[in-house]
Structure formats: structure tokens, C-alpha cells
Design a protein around this ligand. Structure first.
Ligand code: AMP
Length: 255
């Protein structure tokens, strides 16, 4: 189970899943520099290693792998690029150029070092799951991906390490992101204009504490292509990314 540390209950729920599915659970903690375009976001990423180790011990994780940057990317590491197709030009791929290449690099390296049978990831990072699946196919690794559901605060706010950077006021306002995605879901009909629906959701967060958004999007769940017309019964996912204070939050709900 790859993580960047600052562990919270979302991570712990994945550990529980891992303990059900496997006989040895390995957690990695590594804040991967190659997946951050924004240097400041990388430098401000919370590090709580002592607390993380305690949580991993309490949850009976067998191994922690907490490498240095040089261990993951040794001097002779040849930077690989992965053909991720349209995933690299839409949604997170569009707004965080290079991010998914970095995600593939680190997961490729971690999987090469650890040699796991499974990689366990959270649905919170649904796009990342799709990208890692692609990396596994491209590299021919024999690894099954397991996705666990998104754990939320009672307010609906998805648990995230970045939430620790929210002020108390921002933390009270941030659940509007989840509410906005649900308002899209609740108003989906075959007659509705999907663009307008997404715009309304964006306006809702912008009037409730968020100051910028990258996207609100209704996509096909399998390949993440943007939906033009809604047909009842289609497997969908609603995805959003928006800024509150100096924190960028992403979330999604499956419909
Ligand atoms: P991160 O440390 O943010 O890179 O996350 C490590 C793993 O935990 C990723 O697979 C995430 O999708 C997953 N994760 C993060 N937040 C949550 C959450 N709220 N619920 C479930 N899984 C999560």
C-alpha cells in the first residue's frame, strides 16, 4: 500500500482491507518529489513519521518501507515515460502536467523493489487508480489492483493528509465540495444540460469559501471520458478539484 504518510483513517481503512486480502501487508511512506509540479505543495506536504509508525504498529502492518529519495531514484535511475493516452490530458492530467508520469515512476519503482502481489489504493484518487492500472499493463507486472472506498468526515469532507493544512474555518467550509458533487448527482436527468449542472456546482463552492476550481466533471466511469448526454443506467463518476485557502482538494463520487 503506497502512501505519502501523514496517515489518517482513510489510509487505515485500506490497511484493514490489505490485512483481509493478503498475508503480509507492506506500507510505504514516501513523499515522491517527481509527482509534484508545485514545489511549494511538495515542501508543505505534512510529515508525521513518528505518529505514522505508531499507527502502523497498532494496525499490525508487517513492514514499513520508508525510503530516501536516493533509494527510490538511485544515481543510475533512467527516467521512464509511460504512454498514458488521454488520461494525461484531461482532469488532473491537464491541470497537473507531469503528475501522472511521477505517479507511474514511483509506483513502478516501489513495485519493483517490494514485488507485491497486490497494490491497494483508495477510490479518493480514482484517476490515479486508472493511471496505475495502465502502468501495470505497460510494464507487464503481475499485480492486481484493489480499490477501497473513500472514507469521509461526518461532514462529508473526504479524509486527506492535506486537510491538516486547512484552518478551522476552512475545514467547516470544505464539505461544500462533497455537497456540490452530490447536487450534480441529485439533479442528473436525461433532459438536463450537463455543462450547466457542473457550472452550478462550481458556483456553489465559489460562493462558500473556495476561491478557484480546476474542474467539475461528469465522466464515464470506465475510461473517464467526459459525458455529453446522460442516459439513465450509465456507469458514471463525478470528479472535482478546487482550492480553499492554500490547499487544493480533489474528490469524486461514483454514480
Ligand atoms: P496518499 O498518502 O494521499 O498518497 O494516499 C495513499 C493512499 O490512500 C491512496 O491510494 C489514496 O487513494 C488513499 N486514500 C487517501 N485518502 C483516502 C480516503 N479518504 N479514503 C480512502 N483512501 C484514501
Amino acid at each position: 500500500m503506497p502512501t505519502m504518510g501523514a496517515l489518517h483513517e482513510g489510509h487505515l481503512s485500506l490497511i484493514q482491507l490489505s490485512r483481509q486480502k493478503t498475508d503480509i501487508s507492506v506500507v510505504s511512506i514516501f513523499v515522491n518529489p517527481t509527482q509534484f509540479g508545485d514545489k511549494e505543495d511538495f515542501e508543505k506536504y505534512p510529515v508525521t513519521m513518528e505518529n505514522d509508525i505508531q499507527l502502523l504498529e497498532q494496525h499490525k502492518v508487517d513492514l514499513l518501507f520508508a525510503p530516501t529519495v536516493d533509494e527510490v531514484y538511485p544515481a543510475d535511475y533512467q527516467t521512464k515515460t509511460y504512454d498514458l493516452g488521454h488520461l494525461e490530458t484531461i482532469l488532473e492530467g491537464r491541470f497537473r502536467p507531469g503528475h501522472f508520469q511521477g505517479v507511474c515512476q514511483v509506483l513502478d519503482r516501489l513495485a519493483t523493489i517490494i514485488q507485491p502481489n497486490f497494490i491497494i489504493m483508495g477510490q479518493k484518487d480514482y484517476q490515479q487508480i486508472k493511471v496505475v492500472q495502465k502502468m501495470i499493463e505497460l510494464t507487464g507486472k503481475d499485480i492486481a489492483l484493489i480499490a477501497g472506498p473513500t472514507l469521509r468526515e461526518p461532514s462529508g469532507l473526504a479524509k486527506s493528509s492535506r486537510n491538516t493544512r486547512l484552518t478551522q474555518k476552512e475545514k467547516q467550509q470544505a464539505p461544500i465540495l462533497y455537497q456540490a458533487m452530490n447536487s450534480i448527482k441529485d439533479q442528473l436527468t436525461e433532459a438536463v444540460d450537463l455543462e450547466k449542472l457542473c457550472q452550478k456546482a462550481a458556483d456553489l463552492v465559489l460562493t462558500h469559501g473556495f476561491h478557484k476550481y480546476d474542474y467539475f466533471s461528469i465522466c464515464q466511469r470506465d475510461d473517464l471520458t467526459r459525458l455529453k448526454d446522460y442516459k439513465s443506467g450509465t456507469a458514471l463518476i463525478i470528479l472535482a478539484a478546487a482550492y480553499i485557502g492554500n490547499v487544493r482538494l480533489i474528490d469524486n463520487i461514483i454514480v
